[in-house]
Design a binder for this molecule. Structure first.
Ligand code: KIV
Length: 271
């Protein structure tokens, strides 16, 4: 086994210490080697191989079609690049909801075949048996509550969740349940900031928000969204840190112009 002695890997234990001392946790998605290498070198704490790969990498409308094999392919590319970040992989739709034995097999495949450090699963009390079985095998599990895109056909829309008290109370209960089962952290997606604050303060494990306000212990975004690669997707919670669509579009247009004008390659760019 090759061990890099200079870079200290982020662990679930380190994330817990960060929450304890009030240091915010930065998490971002990545799905391939080259992008993950940039994200990791920048100092990211957690890289999430999200099933949002189904949208941003494969062009599907929802996260439902992506398969376990496809997630393992993305995850193993990311793991090869990540020297520092903790790499967490989404268990895709259909790989864990049915029964806990299948859930464990799916999680084991991800850990064995990609070398990732843990899995993320959407849902609360409904998936408790699967979460427990995976945790019993020594695999770190991150929960995901609020807007859970694998249930989009149940919700019917991607709007803010848990605005009504009944759903908010279920979310509070689910967060406590996931903590009690032994999850090392929970993602809260698209819920009111006040509810996210309450949950963050009521559990001792790290809470990572996306569209859940500033009081969470950390934040996560989809890489392609924050880099401005997707032109169309601009929800209110998204801060766009670059406009790579325009940067890339200009570069590619310039290349086409140079090729057509017989300007590329020039004397120095040939053998
Ligand atoms: O799949 C994903 O990218 C996610 C984040 C939005 C948290 O689950």
């Amino acid at each position: 086994m090759s061990v890099n002695k200079e870079i200290k890997r982020v662990t679930t234990h380190i994330l817990q210490e960060m929450k304890n001392r009030g240091e915010k946790i930065a998490m971002l998605t990545a799905y391939d080697y080259s992008m993950a290498a940039i994200v990791d070198a920048a100092g990211m704490d957690i890289i999430l191989v999200g099933d949002s790969a189904s949208n941003v990498m494969a062009g599907h409308e929802t996260t439902l079609p992506i398969t376990l094999d496809q997630m393992i392919y993305h995850a193993s590319s990311v793991v090869r690049a990540a020297k520092r970040a903790l790499v967490i992989v989404d268990l895709p739709f259909g790989s864990y909801q049915g029964n806990s034995k299948e859930a464990l097999n799916s999680a084991i495949r991800i850990m064995k075949e990609s070398g990732a450090h843990g899995v993320k699963m959407e849902g609360g009390v409904e998936i408790a048996e699967s979460v427990t079985r995976i945790l019993t095998a020594g695999i770190p599990v991150m929960g995901h509550l609020g807007l859970t895109p694998q249930s989009i056909y149940k919700f019917g829309t991607y709007t803010v969740r848990a605005k009504e008290e009944v759903e908010a109370q279920k979310l509070r209960d689910d967060a406590l349940k996931l903590q009690e089962l032994g999850c090392f952290g929970i993602v809260l997606e698209k819920i009111p900031a006040q509810l996210a604050k309450e949950v963050t303060e009521s559990v001792h494990i790290p809470i990572i928000g996306i569209g859940a306000g500033r009081h969470c212990d950390g934040q996560v975004l989809v890489l392609h969204d924050m880099l401005g690669i997707n032109k169309e997707f601009k929800p209110r919670f998204l801060r766009q840190y670059a406009n790579l669509y325009n940067v890339m579009n200009d570069a590619i247009k310039n290349y086409i112009t140079d090729v057509k004008a017989k300007d590329f390659p020039n004397e120095k760019e040939q053998y």
